[in-house]
Design a protein around this ligand. Structure first.
Ligand code: AMP
Length: 131
């Protein structure tokens, strides 16, 4: 996850629909550690983990979903699929005691990559409120 400054810079760096580093990951142009894949989503380990388990789940087709606040009616299926996939991966990762999902949206949400993604965090006690 990004610092507030990095997130602010990311928000103004590119047009919202510009390709991101996640497109390169999907095209295997840069490496990632896959944990799950199906026809709609890809999940891989975060490069800068904030918990013992930190996985990013992304739609394979961005279709305008640079961030959750851009979601439209047509995205209902992929949004539900991302959540259900998180549950499958949490089980696969042995997170029986609980886990946390995070979606950062926009500069105030500290989003740094403008391709919708769900953070799945687990393997330690989470705190509330989050930072
Ligand atoms: P966010 O700040 O919510 O937009 O989250 C973006 C996440 O992408 C951060 O947690 C980064 O650590 C992660 N990230 C950036 N580049 C890579 C990469 N090449 N491989 C895996 N995770 C990455």
């Amino acid at each position: 996850m990004a610092s507030e400054k990095e997130a602010a810079l990311a928000a103004v760096a590119d047009p919202p629909d510009a390709p991101t580093i996640f497109d390169k990951i999907l095209k295997k142009e840069i490496p990632s550690t896959a944990v799950y894949e199906d026809d709609m989503v890809y999940a891989f380990r975060d490069i800068c983990p904030q918990a013992p388990t930190h996985i990013l789940i992304i739609p394979k087709v961005k279709d305008g979903l640079s961030q959750l606040s851009k979601a439209e009616e047509r995205h209902r299926e992929i949004l539900g699929h991302l959540m259900y996939t998180a549950k499958i991966i949490a089980k696969q990762e042995g997170l029986e005691d609980g886990f946390r999902l995070v979606i950062n949206d926009g500069p105030s949400g500290c989003q740094s990559v403008y391709h919708l993604h769900v953070h799945l965090l687990g393997g330690r006690q989470m705190n509330w409120p989050p930072g």
